[in-house]
Design a protein. Structure first.
Length: 280
């Protein structure tokens, strides 16, 4: 497996388009940069920080009681909340449920989330300084030598591996579908990373490397296209570490992002892709 070297100018242009799209997506309204709290709901109706009304859960559903004077409206319809409403989610689902504040009544959107089979609310504030002060994610300079070809070795069946997340109270599961095997510049041995399958057969790997906690966040992820079959019958992908990105938990303490599986740690400095943002 050799490092790929397409025309550098075209490669740089594609990477810059990727970076522009990535920064634009992060700066979207009510995106990850606007999170200002994460709070679990209890069994008895109670106030929560930053949000009007009384909030609770009976287990299967989340319940909100508020008066029209609280200024809460439904995100979907704009209808005022005046009385008691409820919503039910499956585990790992989220709902942008109600909103309030600001001149238009939409400054803060309250997200209802179900994590670890428990209900929580997260506030998404369009006036968050992390959001309003965002001017792009810092990155390493482009490294053409860290665009490598990897061979994909699928498992006979996906393997569900228990993992931790950015929230110590939320456990996660990594659905490993196989391994990516590749070499990196200056190293003789092969590296192996367990991958998850995304839409249309694309692959994502979440990994640690030796820059973590120094110039990068504690872990990052990188995605590939769907594996293709070469003339020898091998399933291959291009693994471009310049496209390694942070999880939302790098930008906010209120994420529940999955950690890498135990073996997805590279004894190598991946000085490519996104650096740690100095936001909080």
């Amino acid at each position: 497996m050799n490092t790929t070297h397409p025309d550098l100018e075209a490669q740089l242009a594609r990477w810059q388009r990727f970076r522009n799209s990535r920064d634009t997506a992060l700066a979207s309204d009510y995106g990850w940069l606007t999170l200002t709290s994460f709070q679990w709901l209890e069994g008895a109706p109670a106030a929560v920080e930053l949000v009007p009304g009384l909030w609770s859960t009976d287990g299967p559903t989340a319940i909100l009681t508020a008066a029209a004077a609280d200024g809460l409206t439904l995100v979907e319809t704009g209808e005022p909340v005046d009385g008691t409403i409820s919503a039910a989610l499956a585990n790992e689902e989220s709902l942008l449920w109600v909103q309030y504040g600001g001149a238009d009544g939409r400054r803060v959107v309250v997200e209802l989330a179900r994590r670890a089979d428990k209900y929580a609310v997260r506030t998404r504030d369009s006036a968050s300084p992390v959001f309003t002060g965002f001017d792009g994610v810092p990155t390493f300079d482009y490294r053409p030598d860290l665009v490598v070809e990897a061979t994909f070795h699928p498992y006979p069946e996906p393997v569900e591996v228990p993992i931790g997340t950015a929230n110590p109270l939320v456990d996660g599961v990594h659905r490993s579908v196989g391994e990516l095997v590749f070499r990196l510049p200056g190293e003789d041995h092969e590296f192996h990373l367990q991958a998850e399958e995304e839409k249309l057969g694309a692959l994502t790997v979440t990994f640690h490397d030796e820059t973590n906690g120094e110039s990068t966040d504690e872990w990052r992820k990188v995605s590939t296209a769907r594996p293709r079959v070469d003339p020898q019958g091998n399933r291959t992908v291009v693994l471009d570490f310049n496209r390694a990105i942070n999880y939302p938990s790098a930008f906010t303490p209120y994420g529940t992002c999955p950690m890498p599986v135990k073996n997805n740690s590279l004894d190598y400095r991946i000085e490519a892709g996104e650096k740690e943002p100095a936001l909080f």
